[in-house]
Design a protein around this ligand. Structure first.
Ligand SMILES: [Zn+2]
Length: 169
């Protein structure tokens, strides 16, 4: 089932999400629906608060469905290592049509739980590292526009407000 994506302007996106404690069929269904929603959007990462669920989990697939090994759900993720830096264009499904340059670590090691509660480490580079960093931020209510300079951020917020007024958001 395709879920509605919460867009910037909704207070939900700035809240800290709660730990996942139940690894039940409801969680499995949520993750299935999130993958369907992400592939349909299309996007390479999606955090639960972006579909209105304030829980600490996100999904990603930086191959956009081409490589099964890159399809992963991370429950209760904790970033253990951040190394180097990369600067590149970044988008967010909660900010349709908006791309901004964001500095992120080049490499990230994240510890997370799988759908059954078992824990695993994921050691990723480049786009996947960018994605893990971006999606983990969502779970703390942090959005990518916070990385912009105050001036650029204000300009972008004004552009978005205009789109909201015009009913184009
Ligand atoms: Zn995002």
């Amino acid at each position: 089932m395709i879920l509605d994506i919460v867009k910037y302007g909704d207070a939900l996106l700035t809240k800290r999400a709660d730990e996942v404690t139940e690894f039940d069929s409801k969680l499995h269904k949520l993750v299935d629906d999130m993958f369907e929603t992400m592939y349909g959007a299309p996007g390479v990462g999606l955090a639960a608060p972006q579909v209105g669920v304030l829980k600490r989990l996100f999904i990603m697939d930086c191959s956009s469905g081409k490589n099964k090994n890159q399809k992963v759900a991370l429950i209760n993720p904790i970033i253990e290592v951040e190394e180097g830096e990369q600067i590149g264009d970044e988008g967010c499904l909660s900010f349709p049509g908006i791309f901004v340059q964001v500095k992120r670590p080049q490499r990230v090691v994240v510890r997370a739980q799988d759908l059954n509660g078992g824990s695993f480490d994921l050691d990723v580079l480049d786009l996947e590292a960018r994605c893990v960093s971006h999606e983990t931020d969502h779970l703390d209510g942090d959005l990518f526009i916070e990385y912009l300079s105050p001036l650029k951020r204000d300009l972008l917020k004004r552009r978005i407000k205009k789109r909201i007024r015009d009913g184009e958001w």
